[in-house]
Design a protein around this ligand. Sequence first.
Ligand code: C2E
Ligand code: MG
Ligand code: MG
Ligand code: MG
Length: 282
Amino acid sequence: KAKELGKAQAVAFNPNMRGTTVTPLDMETDLRRAIERGELTLRFQPIISLANGRIQGFEALARWTHSKRGEVPPSDFIPLAEETGMIVEIGQWVLRTACERTVRWRDQFPKAEPMEISVNLSSRQFHQYDLVRMVTNSLEGTGMDPSLLKLEITESALMENAHLSAQMLNDLKSLKIQVCVDDFGTGYSSLSYLHTFPIDTLKIDKSFVQDMGRNRHNLEIVRTICLLAQNLRLDVIAEGVETPEQLAQLRAIGCGFAQGYLFSPPLDVDGVERLLGENRSW
Ligand code: C2E
Ligand code: MG
Ligand code: MG
Ligand code: MG
């Protein structure tokens, strides 16, 4: 028994494994300190209006640069933050930082058209009881124009409890902000609910967009979502646009907005400032 235990400990403390194996507990402790250590940053990916080829706004995307592990993708640390409740603090930081940055860019680029900023909310954030107060604080604390802030909520988070979601959306809309349904097409929306939600934009999930060329079925899904958006008087964004062919198809379908590596990857602050300075269009 003792030998077995000793063996187990030897494995647990094997120096070769240190640094390579990071237990969830380590990750949790590290994530807790990430904000104060300045390891969290934001990247900004432009969203292009297909009507004029110009930048309509940016989506803020969180990045965590871990001191030892390097970049941890949001698909790893956002779920961890959700499970542990840290998403509340992280989300607050993201929203505040994104608003601050947008306000600063408005001053820096007075001739640019007003740009929108989209910020992702996870399911837990969306159901946070003091979300409206948190958003109000971020708007007032930074001087951000509410009409230029767009909160992205995934279709599946909205549909978890459609009745509560409708109420939360109404509360948020009273702040005069915009709401976008993210990853649309993957979350089994009831169309009758969709019609009652006070939303502004549908963002088509990239899985449909990326497969449009090869899969006729997905092209039809994208077309149908664009028509649906048009009928409901909503804006529609295609995410994950990577090729000129996809862009041409989206333009032919009449999709209003697009986002993806074809235009630009998510950029750091310098990258955004360079892009805005270039005054580009597509
Ligand atoms: P999302 O909100 O659907 O964001 C789109 C993701 O697609 C981003 O991944 C973006 O970098 C990526 N992307 C953009 N263009 C392309 C493209 O052309 N091709 C491909 N293959 N991918 C593209 P990212 O930054 O890794 O974020 C992943 C997810 O993590 C986001 O999905 C969002 O759900 C979540 N997330 C990111 N930042 C935050 C945040 O600040 N708060 C919350 N709650 N969630 C976040
Ligand atoms: Mg998003
Ligand atoms: Mg998405
Ligand atoms: Mg997604």
